[in-house]
Design a protein around this ligand. Structure first.
Ligand code: ADP
Length: 300
């Protein structure tokens, strides 16, 4: 899909209003009802984490907000603007970094602002600001293969931030990192979010990570193995201070209650969905991915 590079905005965070959003995929084996119609309102500057077992529609939701895919029903408004396709004002960070290997760190970060035809002086200013924000000043002239996984992920975050997006969409961005690096990245992202007021939707398999980072955690459930389209089970407000202690009693209570929501069956799993609106038309199919239950990352 073509990426429409429009005007790069200043990073004023945007509110996101999702109404009746659903997604079906048509495959050779039938229709996959990936997501039942859902509503979700996100405040400007809010940090939202989405958790749930594999196949419950987390990435589908993110791709729809990114504008990479078209919804089957419903709408997404970012501030008052309807999402009709990708935009640099909605930056996406994936687990696999997605850096251009033939460009240096600085050139990777400069790519978006250059595409937006910003003045050379402004491109340089943005590069300095965001390479600095992720602590990679000394590595600006290195190529991605010369960097560790954690550093490469910091470059991909700086590259998105250089477009000064109003929304940042992050799909398991720290999933490939070792526990120590991951904790460092979580702290850095938390600080960055406080400085750069961007609205964030962050998908993770780690409930601890969600409680550490989020203002609210959206717990999704459903999926092919449960024969129910993915949907929101509950939204949990994380009423913890900015500097969070993973060992505090309240932190652990929140982690436990979210874990229960993720890993136990709903009493009413129909969610107003018709009996024939199963996640997958073919009965008896299971999704091997559903074996992966969200887990807490080891404490470091
Ligand atoms: P999650 O991110 O929660 O693991 P996904 O959003 O990736 O879940 O997938 C939700 C459901 O939609 C799954 O059953 C998945 O197999 C199905 N799905 C996702 N993308 C496609 C696609 N392009 N074609 C067909 N089915 C898909």
């Amino acid at each position: 899909m073509a990426v429409h590079i429009g005007e790069v905005r200043q990073n004023t965070p945007a509110a996101i209003d999702i109404k009746g959003l659903s997604k079906e995929y048509t495959t050779a084996r039938g229709t996959v009802k990936a997501m039942a119609p859902m509503d979700l309102s996100i405040k400007a500057g809010e940090f939202i984490c989405v958790v749930g077992t594999s196949g419950c529609g987390k990435s589908t939701l993110l791709r729809l907000v990114a504008g990479f895919e078209k919804a089957t029903t419903g709408s997404i408004a970012v501030d008052t603007e309807e999402v009709l396709g990708p935009s640099p004002s909605r930056g996406v960070v994936f687990q696999d970094y997605g850096l251009f290997p033939w460009l240096t760190v600085r050139e990777n970060v400069a790519w978006g602002p250059k595409q937006a035809h910003l003045k050379t002086s402004l491109v340089k200013e943005r590069c300095d600001k965001y390479i600095g924000a992720v602590g990679l000043e000394l590595f600006a002239d290195r190529y991605p293969h010369e960097l560790s996984g954690g550093m490469q992920q910091r470059v991909s975050i700086a590259r998105v931030l250089a477009n000064e997006p109003s929304v940042m969409l992050m799909d398991e961005p720290f999933g490939a990192l070792d526990a120590l690096t991951r904790r460092g990245m979580q702290e850095q992202l938390s600080h960055l979010h406080r400085d750069i007021k961007t609205t964030v939707i962050f998908i993770t398999h780690s409930i601890e990570e969600a409680v550490l980072l989020a203002d609210r955690v959206v717990v999704m459930t459903g999926g092919a193995a449960k024969n129910v389209p993915g949907h929101i089970r509950e939204i949990v407000t994380i009423d913890l201070p900015e500097n969070r202690d993973v060992n505090s009693e309240h932190f652990n209570d929140l982690e436990r209650s979210i874990s229960r929501l993720v890993n136990t069956e709903e009493e009413d799993s129909s969610h107003g969905v018709d009996a024939d609106a199963s996640a997958e038309v073919q009965a008896g199919e299971t999704n091997a991915e559903d074996e992966h239950k969200p887990v807490a990352v080891p404490r470091v």
